[in-house]
Design a protein around this ligand. Structure first.
Ligand code: C5P
Length: 224
């Protein structure tokens, strides 16, 4: 059995990370959530009042930034660390979600993140999800999935997830955030969200997590 690279892309809250986690567990692969890196960079920019239009400030900020994924032995989940601080919880807050697409559209930020992502994939046996994984980060990935789901379903899923942490959140707020990120992510100049020509499309709208897993496992087993 050979180790491959699996690239998973799609719009926000389409089910990418659930599929990626499920597959990683079944195949015993490393799961890397590339969006967590853009979120951590955004958190750093917000905390340090970095002007998103000031290239010098941006480059200086990135220069002092150390991002790494560490396994939480208790939960079995990988968590995002920035300069040795566990930021996994903070990067999921709305204040970060509100700005992350703006930050992720900055070419220097993408260059910084993509370089590290490519390094992580060098040894294969990796599943990475994001927006540009099959197109830019791993254009030669042996398996590429492009995940979709109806808008209303995506909003509802994200709302349920965020509501557990913050019962004050409204469905309108979540809908607006997803709509805004979808727009920026699909229309930016550098690596906009696109389905790679060789990606397999999976619509998760009417699939249970179990059905979803069976479907992608079959696809993956054909390649591996
Ligand atoms: O995957 P998640 O929704 O956490 O990603 C947060 C944001 O990070 C996205 O809305 C997008 O702006 C950015 N992103 C990106 N490229 C990736 C992964 C995420 O631009 N590969």
């Amino acid at each position: 059995e050979k180790k491959i690279v699996i690239a998973i892309d799609g719009l926000s809250s389409c089910g990418k990370s659930t599929i990626a986690r499920q597959l990683a567990k079944e195949l015993n692969y490393l799961y890397v959530d590339s969006g967590a890196m853009y979120r951590a960079i955004t958190l750093y920019f917000l905390r340090n009042n970095i002007d998103f239009n000031n290239k010098e400030q941006i480059l200086n900020a990135l220069d002092g930034m150390d991002l790494d994924f560490r396994l939480n032995e208790q939960t079995g989940k990988v968590e995002m660390f920035m300069n040795n601080e566990n930021v996994e919880y903070l990067i999921r807050e709305m204040i970060v979600a509100d700005k992350v697409s703006e930050v992720a559209a900055i070419p220097e930020v993408r260059e910084f993140a993509v370089k590290q992502q490519q390094k992580m994939g060098a040894k294969k046996g990796i599943i990475m999800d994001g927006r540009d994984i099959g197109t830019t980060v791993f254009p030669d990935a042996e398996l590429k999935l492009f995940v979709t789901a109806d808008n209303a379903v995506r909003v509802e899923r994200r709302f349920k997830e965020l509501y557990q942490k913050n019962p004050n959140i409204t469905i309108e707020e979540v809908a607006h955030n997803i709509e805004m990120r979808d727009y920026i992510d699909a229309n930016r100049e550098v690596s906009p969200l696109r389905k790679a020509s060789d990606a397999i499309e999976i619509d998760t709208t009417n699939l249970t997590p179990e059905e979803q897993l069976q479907k992608v496992l079959k696809i993956a087993q054909n390649v591996i």
